[in-house]
Design a protein around this ligand. Structure first.
Ligand SMILES: [Zn+2]
Ligand SMILES: [Zn+2]
Length: 350
């Protein structure tokens, strides 16, 4: 039985807490699927919405873009190419490429302009901080047997973003890596890089608790809040790192530009309002490649990541440090703001 009304956390206006309210349960339209939400991640990108640093959504919008749940029913004109049945656990992607445009045709579906206009929980479509959500059927990916449906939520943002960024920077066996900022995405990057065979993996952060997560695969940690972080990185990597991954919100690349080796790559996924300045001579003389990376390519990256979880190569349960009830959602974002999480999820059904 699908209830007529559901619990949801509604956006009010920037600077205001979310309002937990009862709203009508959505009905899947043409080509859409109704998903019962298991869990939704508490992501830094949500803070950019809550703080008015992105285009403000309308009042009553439901944020939350890192979602897992169960298929409830398909709307009319669905093709269900993955053969999903009601009750099947799925990860919900916030990147929903059209599959037909210039970018999709070139395998750059994370830059699909149609996807940019309909990102559940971010732009255009309601997200997962609710008991149910509807999304285009191409947004859902089956969770393999043996993978926990709740913690799989973090595949669709933290792991997806980290995975794509590492791939864009051609991280593989023996790649030396520095990860600056080990929040949810940074820790996922450390764990994934370890699974890919990168070595050494240096995790840099200003928060000591974040650096206690060596079990996720960092070979060295650097606390940037005291002393000179560059000299600590150089103790491990005298020539600099093959790849520096900057995940911090409001990236500045100051440390990254000094920590990368000549001919190395800096990859950036942290959003924010900062401006990045790079001395032209430093860039050219050292042949440094700097690249941004948005999200992931859902049709290949999500199944691949879910396979890595099923195979025991990565474990979202280790990444998730906090679980909240819907009633605690504003506290969850407050705690994220204060750097208290690795990754946190809100569980929307028991
Ligand atoms: Zn996110
Ligand atoms: Zn497209």
């Amino acid at each position: 039985m699908i209830p007529i009304r559901m619990k949801a956390a509604l956006y009010k206006t920037s600077g205001q807490p979310l309002e937990l309210a009862e709203v009508p349960t959505p009905t899947p339209g043409e080509g859409e699927v109704l998903v019962k939400v298991a869990a939704t991640g508490v992501c830094h990108s949500d803070l950019h919405i809550l703080d008015g640093e992105m285009i403000p959504p309308p009042e009553g919008f439901i944020i939350g873009h890192e979602v897992s749940g169960w298929v409830v029913e398909f709307g009319p004109r669905c093709e269900n190419p993955q053969g999903l049945s009601p009750g099947d656990p799925v990860v919900v992607s916030w990147i929903i490429p059209c599959g037909k445009c210039y970018w999709c045709a070139r395998g750059q579906e994370n830059y699909c302009p149609y996807a940019a206009a309909r990102m559940p929980g971010l732009i255009g479509l309601n997200g997962g901080h609710a008991e149910y959500m509807t999304v285009p059927e191409t947004a859902v990916f089956p969770i393999p047997k043996g993978v926990d449906a709740y913690t799989a939520a973090v595949i669709s943002c933290a792991y997806g973003t980290a995975h794509r960024a590492l791939r864009e920077a051609e991280t593989g066996p023996g790649t030396s890596l520095v990860v600056i900022g080990v929040g949810g995405v940074g820790l996922a990057a450390v764990e994934l890089a370890n699974a890919l065979g990168a070595y050494p993996i240096v995790a840099v952060d200003v928060r000591e608790p974040a650096l206690k997560k060596e079990e996720l695969g960092a070979t060295h940690t650097v606390n940037a809040s005291s002393g000179d972080p560059l000299s600590k990185v150089r103790e491990v990597l005298p020539q600099g790192a093959d790849v520096v991954y900057e995940t911090k919100p409001n990236p500045d690349l100051k440390l990254a530009l000094e920590a990368v080796r000549r001919g190395g790559t800096i990859v950036v996924t942290g959003l924010g309002t900062s401006t990045i300045e790079i001395p032209a001579n430093h860039l050219v003389m050292n042949g440094i490649r700097v690249t941004g990376s948005l999200g992931y390519k859902p049709r290949t990256d999500i199944p691949e990541l879910l396979s890595l979880v099923a195979a025991g190569k990565i474990n979202p349960q280790r990444l998730i440090s906090h679980r909240y009830k819907p009633e605690e959602i504003n506290q969850a974002y407050q705690n994220l703001r204060q750097g208290k999480h690795h990754r946190a999820i809100v569980t929307w059904s028991q």
